[in-house]
Ligand binder design. Sequence first.
Ligand SMILES: [Zn+2]
Length: 329
Amino acid sequence: MSGSLPAPPYHQPAHHRRNRRYGLALLLALLLLGLVGVLLWRSALFSSQPRASSVSAVGSSAGTPAPGHSPSGSSGLPSPYNDGACVVFPPLGANRQATVFVDPGHGGPDDGANGFTTGGKLIHEEDLTLAVGLKLQPLLQQAGYTVVMSRVRDTAVPRLGPGDLHGPLFSVQGKDHDLFGRNACANETHADLLIGVHFNGFADPSVGGAETIYCPHRPFSAQSLRLARLVQHDVLGGLRADGRDIPDRGVVIDTGQGRPLTNRAYGHLVELGPASPPWFTDPTMMPGVIVEPLFVTSPAEADLAVDAGVQEVIARSLERAVEAYFAQT
Ligand SMILES: [Zn+2]
């Protein structure tokens, strides 16, 4: 179009100035609209919660306020989550009207379990969980689910406060806050299902295998168990598909595993277990499991865990299990 109707030269400066003025006004209006939109969205997100945010409740019950926390119903305050944490992804294609919370375990000051490949390469659980999570996210979106990622990068989930770090690592309190932040994100986004992705670790490098964990002490434990069986079946089947010999450690409950989860006599996994007032008041409110497909401390399995193709197999198996779960509901 340009050039077909040349404007008279003497009009041009005024024309351009006017356009620039209109352009500026339009830009300002769009910016304002965008700001109002963001504020409304945040307000809707935080005011639709049935209760005050877990991070705040936990912080006060633990005797330390959680910094950066947005009180319920407020807007325009800093997010209680780090950049790249608690991120919502819309469904692509047909909307299944269901939200899946995907939690790549650890991250930021928390490496998780460490291990070595057969070639002697040091690997960190936090990187492997994120790799699988980031492969699972688009698969679930394409299947029509809203996906909430607890994190999409190497970060703690909630913003950290005083006492949350001990040197470069989490303090016990900081680890609690990080887990409570994941719970808060799952609850605030009204997730229908929780998939926690971890990798196992053990002192004996000959120990390996896949297992899926659920909590038998929740109102929705029957659904969690059903999901756990689907996840264990599909993930193990996926890993064994190429003739790999992965031991089946089965579906296990989240108590009595001797895991040093917290320094308290709680026993459950915080992302799956029930409340334990006063220190833990906001458990996750949806069926969920934690899958541990491989041991990073087994060099043979570490080789698989770092393999992008194997990570894709795990992600596809998890997506299939989610599909099967919702197909039966
Ligand atoms: Zn872990």
